[in-house]
Design a protein around this ligand. Structure first.
Ligand code: ADP
Ligand code: MG
Length: 402
C-alpha cells in the first residue's frame, strides 16, 4: 500500500475551466511587514501554474501567523499576494476578507486564468474551530478543492478538514503530493536498515516521534542538545549544557526500550564546548569530560566519524534536528559533517523540521540535491512519521479509507 492511495493529484482532477479552491501554506516569516523568506510561496508555484495553464479561476487561501482576535493588519496576506503577483507576473486580486461580500464580489468576477488570494483565514476564529458553516461559505466559491498546504494538514481546521469534505472533487497539489509520497514511504515500507538521526533543541518536543520510531528503526543516532539529556541520563556530568533535568527518567526509559527492541542507540563520544551560547569559539572534549563551567554546543569530530560509519549501508534515513548550534560557524561542523555523510551514504534520506531544513539549505546545493526529500512541514512531518493519521490528508482520500 502506498500512502498516497486513494488521494487524487491535481493532475487527475477535472479542473479545466473550473473554479478551484487552492489551500496553500503562505505562512511565511515576516519582519516589519516584509517577507524574509518567500520559499513557501515559490514552492506553491508549480501547482498554481498548472491550474492557470488549464484555464482555472483560482481562489487561493492560507493562514498567516496566529491572529489573536479577528483581523490584524500586521498579519495580512497582502505582502504574499504582491510577492505572488511578481513571481507570476500576473495580477493577483486581494479581497479584504476571506468570506462575505468583499470576497464574493472578487471571486465571482474572476475570469478563466485569473487569480485571487483571500485574506488570512485565521481572521475568523471559525477556521481553527473546523466550523462547518464557515466551510460552507468557502465552498460556495469553487467546484474543485486542491490542498497544497503540507504545513497545515496535521490540524483539523476548517480550510483543510471541514471544507474538503464538502467537495466531490478534491485532491492534492504537487507539493503536498511530494511530501505525502516521500514521508509516507517511511511509514508504510521503509527499506531496512532504517536509521533515525535526531537532534535539535529538546527531547520534550520529540518524545512521541522517538517512541514511535523505536518500533521501526534499526538505529537511533542522537546529537544536538537532545543528546545532552541522554548523556546526563547515563550519568555524564554535562556542565552548563542545555539539558532537560525533568526528562532524565524519560531518557532512561527510552534507552531501556531501545535495548529491549534491539535498536542501537548512538550518542556523542566527544563534544565541542564553550563558556556560553555567545562564545566565539569552542574546544573539543570527551563527552564524559565536559568542564563544570562549560556547555556542549556541537558534536565533536570523533562523533561525526562514528555516526558517518553507522550511516554506510543504510537504505533509509530520517533526520530531524541539528547536531548543534549550527547557526554559529564555530558550532556548525557537527551538523554539516552529518549532512555531508548523509548525502554521501547512498540511502533514501528524508529531512524534516524547520531548523533541520534550514541546515540542509545552508550546507549547500550539492548536499541538498542528494537528499531524497527535504520536507517543508515541521509539525506535520513529525506527526506523519509517528504514524499518526493527519486529518487534512485523510479527508482527501476517496472511497474506503484503508
Ligand atoms: P527542527 O526545527 O529541525 O525540528 P529543533 O527546533 O528541535 O529542530 O532544534 C533546532 C535548534 O536547536 C537550533 O536552533 C540549534 O541551534 C539548537 N541546538 C541544537 N543543538 C544544540 C546545543 N547543543 N546547544 C544549544 N542549542 C542547540
Ligand atoms: Mg525548530
Amino acid at each position: 500500500m502506498a500512502y498516497l492511495d486513494g488521494i487524487k493529484s491535481i493532475r487527475d482532477l477535472p479542473i479545466e475551466n473550473k473554479r478551484v479552491f487552492l489551500r496553500v501554506d503562505f505562512n511565511v516569516p515576516m519582519k516589519d511587514g516584509q517577507i524574509t523568506d518567500d520559499a513557501r510561496i515559490r514552492e506553491a508555484l508549480p501547482t498554481i501554474k498548472n491550474a492557470l495553464e488549464r484555464g482555472v479561476r483560482l481562489i487561493i487561501a492560507s493562514h498567516l501567523g496566529r491572529p489573536k482576535k479577528g483581523p490584524d493588519p500586521d498579519l495580512s496576506l497582502a505582502p504574499c499576494g504582491e510577492r505572488l503577483a511578481e513571481l507570476l507576473n500576473l495580477d493577483v486580486k486581494m479581497p479584504e476578507d476571506c468570506v462575505g461580500d468583499a470576497a464574493k464580489k472578487v471571486v465571482f468576477d474572476l475570469r478563466d486564468g485569473q487569480i485571487c488570494l483571500l485574506e488570512n483565514l485565521r481572521f475568523h476564529s471559525a477556521e481553527e474551530k473546523d466550523d462547518e458553516a464557515f466551510a460552507r461559505q468557502l465552498k460556495a466559491f469553487a467546484d474543485v478543492y486542491v490542498d497544497d498546504a503540507f504545513g497545515a494538514v496535521h490540524r483539523a481546521h476548517a480550510s483543510v478538514h471541514a471544507l474538503p469534505m464538502l467537495f466531490e472533487e478534491r485532491g492534492c497539489g504537487f507539493l503536498l503530493e511530494k511530501e505525502i509520497d516521500a514521508l509516507g514511504k517511511l511509514v508504510t515500507a521503509p527499506e531496512k536498515p532504517y536509521i533515525a538521526v535526531l537532534g535539535g533543541a529538546k527531547v520534550s518536543d520529540k518524545i512521541d516521534v522517538v517512541e514511535a520510531l523505536l518500533s521501526k528503526v534499526n538505529a537511533l543516532v542522537i546529537g544536538g542538545a537532545m543528546a545532552n539529556t541522554f548523556l546526563a541520563a547515563k550519568g555524564n556530568a554535562m556542565g552548563k549544557s542545555k539539558i532537560e533535568g525533568d526528562k532524565l527518567a524519560l531518557a532512561r526509559s527510552i534507552l531501556d526500550k531501545a535495548r529491549d527492541a534491539k535498536v542501537d542507540v548512538l550518542l556523542p563520544v566527544d563534544v565541542v564546548v564553550a563558556e556560553s551560547l555567545d562564545a566565539a569559539s569552542g574546544k573539543v572534549v570527551d563527552a564524559s569530560a565536559v568542564p563544570d563551567d562549560m556547555m556542549a554546543l556541537d558534536i565533536g569530530p570523533k562523533t561525526v566519524e562514528l555516526f558517518s560509519k553507522r550511516f554506510s549501508g543504510a537504505k533509509t534515513v530520517f533526520w530531524n534536528g541539528p547536531m548543534g548550534l549550527f547557526e554559529r560557524k564555530s558550532f556548525s561542523s557537527g551538523t554539516f559533517g552529518v549532512a555531508r555523510a548523509l548525502a554521501d551514504c547512498g540511502a533514501f534520506v528524508v529531512v524534516g523540521g524547520g531548523d533541520s531544513a534550514a541546515a540542509v539549505n545552508a550546507a549547500g546545493d550539492d548536499i541538498k540535491s542528494k537528499m531524497g526529500h527535504v520536507s517543508t512541514g515541521g509539525g506535520a512531518s513529525l506527526e506523519l512519521i509517528e504514524g499518526k493519521k493527519l486529518p487534512g490528508i485523510e479527508v482527501l482520500r476517496m472511497g474506503e479509507p484503508s
